[in-house]
Write a protein that binds this ligand. Sequence first.
Ligand SMILES: C[S@@+](CC[C@H](N)C(=O)[O-])C[C@H]1O[C@@H](n2cnc3c(N)ncnc32)[C@H](O)[C@@H]1O
Length: 500
Amino acid sequence: MSFYCEYKNLVEMSRKGEAMTQPTTKIPISAIVLNEEIYPRKGIDPKRVGIFAENIRDGFKFEPIEVEPDPDRPGMYRLLDGAHRWSAYKTTGVTEVEAVIKNLDGNDPLLYAAQKAIGPRQLTEDETRETARRAYTRNSSLSSAAIGKAIGRSRQAVDSYIADLRAVTQMELDINIFRMNRLGIPQDRIANRLGAKQVLIHNHLLKMPVLANSINADLYRGFTVSQVAEKHNWTEPLVWSLALADKKDLQRFKELGWGLRTWDQWEWNDCDKSFGDDWPGRIPAQLIAHILFYFSKLNDLILDPMAGGGVTPDTCLALGRRCWAFDMADRPETRPEIEPYIWTLPAAQKLASSPVNQLSWPVSSKEKADLIIFDPPYFDKKAADYDTKSISALQRQEYLECLEAFFALLKLNVKKTTRLAFINADWRDFQGRPAAEESGQGSILIDVYLRMLNKTGWQHTHIIQAPMSAQRFSAVVVSAMQKKRILGVTSRYVIILKQP
Ligand SMILES: C[S@@+](CC[C@H](N)C(=O)[O-])C[C@H]1O[C@@H](n2cnc3c(N)ncnc32)[C@H](O)[C@@H]1O
């Protein structure tokens, strides 16, 4: 179709008033952006823009362009249809255009834009294929039929466009299901977390032995865990969970090369980077492994209510424990096994007068944890790195009340034999003062937590020293501290508690 015919069609449509059926708004041209992520064509055709600009100068009226509010930039709009008209308006110096503001109600803007492009000037075969692939990459739950409908192709054609992408998605889904299943997360919660039907999870689980076979075969051939992880795109902890499957705890420690501490001082200079993500306040996997070794058994259920970078679930995989992990940070792509949950707790006084059933617990399962590993933010340390809803954003008193309420909440949701491993550090309000001038006011030392724990029905059996690494301080900072006689904090404790 020639530019002239195309233009004539548009003018005729306007004349018939078809485009007027949708309300339009005048929008400054500078508030409209062409976002390549949702633009189905390879680029703007300057020839076409030139013809449209000439038409505009001649006084012809085009159909209004279509935009949607930009989700990332309030007050701005993203183009859905009319990129060439928009460019022509800019060329001619027009400052405001008539636009239809669409609300796509969660539908994919790329596919909507592609559908609009089916009209007078079709997408090329290349653009159609790319649009299908981009739409699927953005949302792998889209069916071929839905994509095909938008881009004007059959379901089979779309299947062939995206076959390789779909295979990768299937493999990623398999690996996620495998990992969550190995951590003992019930099928209904796996389904819910991965946005899949429970029957689909069930069917995927049937494939798991085959999945494990290929990993085991490579391990048997003598490849290392990290080589196998890289080859199959698995995480190392997941490969360890197979590599150590029939081993006892002591053998597991040996193969992981972590060395077992026999006394109650656990110190490491660094984290094993293959376990947990780079996360503010990350603790070494070796520390979690020691808690698991001394205070749990193979296949026990471990609960981590504030799991952060996921070092607890990762270590549980290697040591053959199940693990339910929660955190306010929701990372469905990389950490589906950490279920999103924000602990919002009443202050301790309110708690005392509240009926028990007002407290919320993330899951309704009958099964209770054997061990809880609780590593909350150490008051406002790292507060700037966590979300504003984090308990680290609370004032001192509120933070303490909230933790007390949490210890009481834990008590209501455990069994008689459940142990708690509480990890925390001394928090001193030294604010650059020499040690001898610190008043101690406003500090939270570890005995404060101990009193709260005892008050809420937890009795401590061990206080283990597990210092934070001092190596992350630069020589310049250390020297300045020494000159001013500032006494820093690296002490950190693992308090083990049981119920009387
Ligand atoms: C010290 S970090 C845990 C680090 C983790 N053990 C690791 O090694 O990666 C504390 C975590 O508590 C989470 N958190 C803070 N307040 C929370 C709340 N009210 N509900 C849920 N998670 C919360 C933060 O998002 C953060 O990931």
